[in-house]
Design a protein. Structure first.
Length: 671
């Protein structure tokens, strides 16, 4: 009876909930466009032009860092010079209000600046000098005349913080930079609206466009009467939302192929004011005939391969041998992300080129192992070893052109934990790759939780890589909780990176004395990696690429791979068994959690065939005791022995520190 009821549940409402109130398209021509009339706020820094010296600024030593007359029109300026690998931050405190948007910047001139260059930053620190928030300008390098360098910063709404603004040459940079007219100004509230679906900025017949929306620095009382509006030029219908809606959607009417202009508005209907406006250009096209190797993201953020939903369960790797590929092929894993993708080769002494890369991809295809091809290093001064005459961008685009039709290709990996000021460059690369290959998505991964929202335009699929386990006495994975919560809030496709590696390898001291590696540090347990993966699944991850295969082979623990590879494979095997549930669009019952001890998360997934799985986990630390209520669903069985049914639809889950369970209900066998 229960199985039949679950099988009959309606299709998931995840897409429907993204739509607003449908209304007729609005004519806003008579409204006042407040966004077009910015108000210039006062500079919060005294003497940002250094006309009275450098009072209030730290580390101005009068030698390498000093005030001279090198400013605009020979006025005052702060000159920062460095000839070695020293690293100095020139800072001053500035008083800011909580939950408020600011813009900071300066006029910057450089001479012979190497490396990433000269820039500015703002950071906030809470009690105990704990980092709370930060923003960083783009850097300036080389020899350049005066240029405006600026960035936006929003202070945390909660907590008592103090703030600093800093001027600096980034690490490994040398040369001289001058700063003039440094400023910090309060801004009007910021509205971030980003297209998160469809990928490739192309909407096919019947698809809806989905947007991530976030407003910072606004007073909730003032926004109570305000609205967000989405409409398409020439379309008769629009969608209206409250300002707190995190995900907006609109479906274009049928029409010929061509460009659509989508406009987003932040409105105050009572005053007939346009508070902010965003414009997007999206191509409308008929659904194409897909190549055999296509991997496309659908409206439910699932990857579709060979016409069916596909759950990437992969591994970060270095160079791959045939033996590695055979081992992975025979395991529950189905894909790899090789860091040295542009130089793949089976021969240790063989010089890589397009032929050796293709040979490795061919073997992966023969063994049914898909490849997420890495372009993540191909920026700035990067050179392909086998085509050194090409720029980094030319080399990346050459690889896309040559390999986009390969049957092993799953996606393009275009960024790995880059600094937030790199977002415009990564987003531009994404657009180029999208244009060349409309049938494979781009994926990027970040650890910078507080800045996740800044990275939304930089890829088709977002990735997060929290690595919470380092020390022997670590008893929680709260870092995964924080990271996945923020990643989920972006409302975009998500592939997560569960930790399987021993972080002690990255401290080279083990080469001289491995004592700390064995006595103080440790890798995650099988239970911890499974708990990470289950929480990521609950928060919307539709792919899991574990970091990393090569770490299992490295370090002083020479039998680590032999011991831990079976554990890692069991986690992957569990995810593989969950694939029909995680990729189903069938609705599942709500799970209510009442925790007496610890923090507990639970979510149900139905496969549409009468089966149900309830994922349960606690990130720790400490004792865990919670009651789960799955209304109307009795008979769930615990796979890990941590949960039992107290009464119809009521279950008790217990554990210690990081722990997890999977509750199972299968349909009765066919007669």
């Amino acid at each position: 009876m229960i199985a039949k009821r679950i099988a009959g549940l309606a299709v998931s409402l995840s897409m429907a909930s993204a739509f607003g109130t449908p209304i007729e398209a609005m004519d806003l021509s008579g409204w006042t466009n407040v966004a077009a009339e910015p108000v210039q706020m006062a500079n919060l820094l005294p003497d940002g032009g250094f006309e009275q010296g450098a009072a209030g600024w730290s580390h101005v030593d009068g030698e390498k860092i000093l005030v001279d007359r090198g400013g605009i029109n020979q006025t005052g300026a702060l000159r920062y010079s460095r000839e070695d690998d020293s690293y100095t931050l020139v800072m001053r405190e500035v008083e800011l209000k909580p939950g408020t948007c600011y813009r900071f910047g300066a006029m910057v001139r450089t001479k012979d600046v190497t490396g990433e260059g000269a820039g500015l930053y703002m950071e906030g620190y809470s009690a105990g000098n704990k980092y709370a928030a930060g923003a960083y300008s783009r850097p300036v390098s080389g020899t350049q005349d005066w240029v405006l360098v600026e960035a936006d910063f929003t202070t945390p709404r909660e907590g008592d913080c103090h703030y600093i603004i800093g001027l600096y040459l980034r690490k490994n940079s040398t040369g001289t930079a001058w700063y003039d007219d440094v400023f910090v100004r309060e801004q009007a509230p910021l509205w971030q609206l980003e297209l998160v679906y469809p990928t490739h900025h192309t909407v096919y017949d019947g698809q809806a466009m989905q947007f991530y929306s976030r407003i910072e620095g606004a007073d909730p009382e003032q926004t109570a009467c305000e609205k967000l509006l989405l409409q398409i030029d020439g379309a008769p219908q629009a969608e209206l939302y409250g300002v707190d809606a995190p995900r907006l959607a609109i479906r274009p009417p049928a029409g010929p192929d061509g460009n659509l202009t989508v406009r987003g508005y932040w409105l105050n209907p009572e005053r007939r004011e346009i508070l902010a406006e965003k414009t997007f250009k999206v191509r409308r096209a008929a659904r194409p005939e897909l190549p055999d190797n296509a991997a496309m993201v659908d409206e439910e953020y699932r990857l579709i391969v060979d016409g069916k939903p596909y759950l990437p369960i992969g591994l970060y790797t270095q160079q791959l041998t045939r033996e590695d590929i055979d081992l992975i092929s025979d395991s529950p894993f189905n894909c790899v992300m090789p860091y040295p993708s542009p130089n793949l080769t089976f021969g240790e002494e063989e010089r890589a080129d397009l032929a050796t890369i293709t040979e490795v991809l061919d073997y992966c295809d023969d063994r049914d192992v898909k490849v997420i091809f890495s372009l993540k290093d191909m920026y700035d001064r990067y050179k392909l070893s086998w085509r050194p005459e090409l720029t980094a961008e030319e080399g990346a685009l050459l690889l896309v052109k040559k390999l986009k039709a390969h049957p092993a290709l799953l996606a393009w990996y275009i960024c790995d934990e880059a600094a937030v000021e790199k977002v415009p460059e990564i987003a531009a690369r994404r657009r180029l790759v999208n244009e060349l290959d409309p049938f494979h998505p781009t994926w990027s991964v970040y650890y910078q939780v507080k800045d996740f929202q800044c990275y939304v335009p930089a890829q088709d699929i977002f990735g997060n890589d929290p690595y919470p386990i380092n020390f022997r006495d670590d008893k929680h994975i709260l870092g995964v909780d924080n990271s996945t919560r923020k990643a989920e809030s972006l409302q975009m496709p998500l592939w997560s990176v569960p930790q399987i590696h021993h972080t002690g390898f990255y401290n080279s001291d083990w080469r001289q004395d491995p004592g700390d590696y064995f006595e103080k540090l440790r890798p995650p347990t099988e239970t911890e990696t499974l708990a990470m993966s289950l929480l990521e699944a609950m928060r919307g991850a539709k792919g899991f690429v574990m970091y990393s295969y090569f770490d299992l082979h490295w370090g002083p623990d020479k039998l680590q791979f032999e011991r831990r590879w079976p554990e890692v494979c069991r986690v992957a095997g569990t995810l593989r068994k969950l694939e029909p549930f995680l990729l189903s669009t069938a609705a599942a019952p709500d799970v209510k959690v009442e925790a007496a001890k610890g923090e507990v998360y639970a979510k149900a997934f139905a496969d549409g065939e009468g089966g149900l799985r309830v994922l349960v986990m606690s990130p720790g630390p400490g004792e865990v005791d919670a009651e789960l209520v799955v209304e109307g669903v009795s008979g769930l069985l615990s796979e890990r022995g941590r949960t039992y049914e107290k009464g119809p639809g009521h279950y008790r889950f217990t554990g210690l520190n990081t722990c997890c369970d999977i509750l199972r209900l299968d349909p009765p066998p066919a007669l």
